[in-house]
Design a protein around this ligand. Structure first.
Ligand code: ACO
Length: 432
């Protein structure tokens, strides 16, 4: 127990506030009781400097570019693991032994089907519906189709039935929403394929053309999903925690996370990056025009795929994805003009004082879309791919919050009211 305290002097009174130190030396001042003791709240729009919880899942150092899940460096996990192992690690705290991995993989196979009645839902979305809205709706409706408890009496490790179901079914839901959007017959999951291979097969297999699941793409997809699997208290994960804190079940909490991820400042950035690169390409590579717009303080335009709330150096995930991009495109002999545009843009940004002085480097979304394009995944599915990857992180945080009985309170920020203080109610004469 740390005995250090911080002092806050306000209105002539000194308040002693406990200091919390994390296992990597991160420091926080605990203001939980400040309101009760002093009458003051703290104000921090956008949570720029507010810790919402203590967590043992992911460590992120934005100054040094370090990202670790449960203590393991992201570089090692991306190189040496498959996605389901990393999902298991995030959920349970440990990498699975061979027996545990077998059981987990079997669960992924066992739960891959979705209730046939759910398939009718897909038929009634309007044409060109966003796959993210379909995904959010479908995940929320799992609540009614699979009403088992969120916490089994005897889960293995930390894997509950609800968790295993959701992790497995989200692939099927994602692939079915794509098939419906292009009017193709659905392809059901297979027992002989791995997690990522199954997803690719459900996406691209079709009755008239033989589809071969390419190991290179399976390996790339594993890496991409691992790199997206968790990122501590980001917008969508905080949403999952906040919604879950009201006591609602896992599925609607995750459905809300899908909604939060969708925005262009968060997971939707991977779609916006491709739109931006396409626009620069269509403009005959007029980089200066876009860089000028992004630097203009009167123009809300931004270079999507650059900048991050936490990273003030190169995002370690972006580094790995850039390598994967080259590996895939070189091996498959794909010439994507958007890769040339992306590299030239990164080069120019890295030499521009505006971006350098603000520590704006490529983030996870900058190169991921180019890999997805090489896999034939359509642009409007990119954020769905992010959601598939982020799911184990969301669930781990949701579970961690519920396990922490001492601090498990409904999330409810305060505000400083700046509106009209009070006024008399006068009935308007012509009011009906
Ligand atoms: N292009 C141009 N300028 C930028 C960019 C950008 N991509 N990002 C930040 N800036 C500038 C801001 O205008 C601001 O400049 P100022 O100090 O002169 O006002 C400064 O850099 C700081 O930016 P903030 O918006 O205050 O930083 P914040 O931490 O709130 O935002 C964010 C982070 C949302 C990621 C931002 O960098 C951004 O909009 N990036 C583009 C969208 C994007 O790529 N999002 C994906 C992030 S990764 C993820 O969520 C998975």
């Amino acid at each position: 127990m740390n005995s250090k305290t911080a002092q806050l002097i306000v209105d002539g009174h000194t308040y002693e506030l406990p200091v919390i130190i994390g296992t990597t030396g991160e420091k926080a001042i605990d203001i939980k009781n400040l309101l009760k003791e002093s009458g003051y709240i703290t104000l921090d729009s956008g949570y720029m400097n507010t810790g919402s919880c203590e967590s043992g899942i992911t460590y992120l150092n934005g100054e040094k570019g370090i990202l670790r899940y449960r203590g393991y460096n992201i570089e090692d996990l991306a190189e040496k693991c498959v996605f389901v192992e990393v999902a298991y690690l995030l959920l349970t705290g440990e990498l699975p032994n061979p027996k545990e991995l077998d059981q987990f993989k079997n669960d992924m196979t066992r739960y891959a089907l979705i209730h046939e009645d759910m398939i009718h839902f897909f038929d009634h979305f309007p044409p060109n519906s966003s796959p993210m809205s379909i995904l959010s709706t479908m995940v929320g409706s799992l609540h009614d189709f699979y009403p088992e408890m969120d916490f089994d009496e005897d889960p293995y490790g930390g894997i509950t039935t609800a968790t295993a179901r959701l992790l497995s079914k989200i692939r099927t839901l994602a692939a079915f929403s794509y098939k419906k959007s292009i009017g193709h017959p659905l392809v059901y999951p297979r027992a002989d394929l791995c997690y990522c291979g199954n997803f690719l097969n459900m996406m691209f297999n079709r009755p008239n053309i033989e589809y071969h699941v390419e190991p290179l793409l399976v390996s790339a997809l594993n890496k991409l999903l691992i790199l997206h699997a968790d990122h501590e208290q980001n917008c969508s994960t905080s949403t999952v925690r906040l919604v879950g804190s009201s006591g609602v079940r896992l599925y609607p909490s995750i459905s809300a996370g899908v909604g939060a991820l969708w925005g262009p400042l968060h997971g939707g950035a991977n779609v916006a990056v491709i739109r931006m690169l396409e626009a620069i390409y269509a403009d005959n590579g007029d980089f200066d025009k876009y860089i000028k717009m992004a630097k203009d303080p009167d123009n809300p335009y931004r270079l999507t795929g650059f900048g991050h709330r936490v990273y003030k150096t190169y995002d370690p995930r972006a580094k790995i994805i850039k390598d994967v991009t080259h590996q895939i495109l070189d091996t498959m002999q794909i010439k994507d003009p958007l890769l040339d545009i992306a590299q030239e843009l990164e080069y120019r940004v890295s030499r521009d004082d505006y971006f350098v002085s603000r520590n704006l480097y490529p983030n996870v979304d900058f190169y991921s879309g180019i890999v997805y394009r090489a896999m034939n995944i359509p642009t409007n599915m990119f954020t769905v791919m992010f959601a598939l990857g982020r799911l184990p992180g969301w669930i781990s945080h949701w579970q961690e919050m519920h396990m922490d009985k001492e601090n498990n309170k409904i999330g409810r920020p305060r505000q400083i009211y700046q509106g009209i203080v009070e006024r008399p109610f006068v009935v308007m004469e012509d009011r009906p």
